[in-house]
Design a binder for this molecule. Structure first.
Ligand SMILES: Cc1cc2nc3c(=O)[nH]c(=O)nc-3n(C[C@H](O)[C@H](O)[C@H](O)COP(=O)(O)OP(=O)(O)OC[C@H]3O[C@@H](n4cnc5c(N)ncnc54)[C@H](O)[C@@H]3O)c2cc1C
Length: 287
């Protein structure tokens, strides 16, 4: 197997163009498991986690956006200063694997794997992230909602890599919560991210592990916007119940070795309600 360690984006793109069947390697926490387990084969690997452009991030205060390079790790996302710009991503990052995994695993790898259970992905969905792609032929941007076409399937073309993602820096509560079979080192059985944009009067809810891709819950979002008092940070208890039920209806869970569909739907209802009450702590009755 040929292994190229790229140090610049141009090097990485040139290597991928020269061998379009090559596989991109970042932290290797998904890829090496698949290769070692014989679930995937490749004759060439291009390692990208030493590419400066992919390792860096940039806050644009005027645009209120945060650009995160694809090779930024979960350990970096979990810590300051990034945690304050993207609190839900930091929360999700802290639930990923172990410290060793978080030191190696990258956000670009999570997006590239496109597992519906990826912990970073409901956050990117709720924040309407833009995924930046590049190849020697040029660059293009893809809305996160259009990036994954199914479980572990994406719009990435041969020779193309993810350079980073851009998310808005919102003013309002953001939270991520997940349910699994234990508290740590666990793949989500069900997960949810809620992001509130107070000036924009929006509530976004994204669901993980309950469909072939990350799902949004538009009925629940509209219901919360109609019922919430954004200034007071309050919402009434009936609306919280209805929000949870609408989130459950948005889920498209399956029965598998990790959980039943019914349990997953129920977990989504509970997670959605819990996050909404955290977002609007003036809620009568509390959490
Ligand atoms: C013990 C263990 C625990 C884990 N726990 C969790 C967990 O709790 N939550 C969770 O979400 N995940 C978990 N994972 C999975 C994994 O750590 C994450 O999905 C991680 O984000 C993958 O990033 P990586 O940099 O290691 O990707 P890699 O393994 O290097 O790559 C993953 C895939 O993305 C592609 N890729 C990587 N970077 C790019 C790029 N820039 N452009 C295009 N394609 C790219 C690769 O070709 C490959 O297909 C765990 C893994 C292990 C081994």
């Amino acid at each position: 197997m040929s292994v190229t360690v790229a140090h610049t984006l141009d090097d990485a793109l040139a290597s991928l163009a020269a061998t379009p069947t090559a596989t991109v390697l970042a932290g290797g926490t998904d890829l090496m498991v698949e290769l070692n387990g014989g679930h995937r084969r490749t004759d060439a690997v291009v390692s990208v986690n030493r590419v400066r452009e992919l390792r860096s991030w940039r806050h644009d205060p005027a645009a209120a956006t945060l650009h995160i390079g694809a090779a930024v790790t979960y350990a970096e996302l979990a810590a300051e200063p990034l945690a304050s710009f993207a609190p839900a991503l930091a929360q999700a990052a802290r639930t990923v694997g172990s410290p060793q995994i978080r030191n190696a695993a990258t956000i670009g790898g999570n997006v590239g794997t496109a597992s519906p259970a990826g912990d970073g992905l409901p956050v990117l969905s709720a924040l309407d992230a833009v995924v930046h792609l590049a190849s020697l032929a040029g660059r293009r941007d893809v809305a996160f909602a259009e990036f994954a076409t199914g479980p572990k399937r994406t719009v990435l073309q041969p020779g193309e890599l993810i350079t980073g993602i851009t998310i808005p820096v919102l003013s309002g509560y953001q939270g991520y919560a997940k349910v699994g079979v234990r508290n740590a080192m666990v793949i989500a059985t069900a997960s949810a991210c809620l992001a509130v944009d107070v000036p924009g009067r929006s509530v976004r809810l994204a669901l993980g592990s309950v469909g072939p891709v990350i799902l949004r819950a538009p009925e629940a979002e509209a219901l919360a916007v109609a019922a919430a008092d954004f200034e007071a940070g309050a919402i009434d208890a009936d609306a919280v119940e209805a929000f949870g039920a609408a989130a459950g209806r948005a889920a498209r869970p399956i029965d598998d070795h990790r959980s039943s569909a019914a349990y997953r739907r129920r977990a989504i209802e509970v997670l959605a309600r819990r996050l909404l009450v955290r977002a609007f702590p003036g809620t009568p009755g509390g959490e």
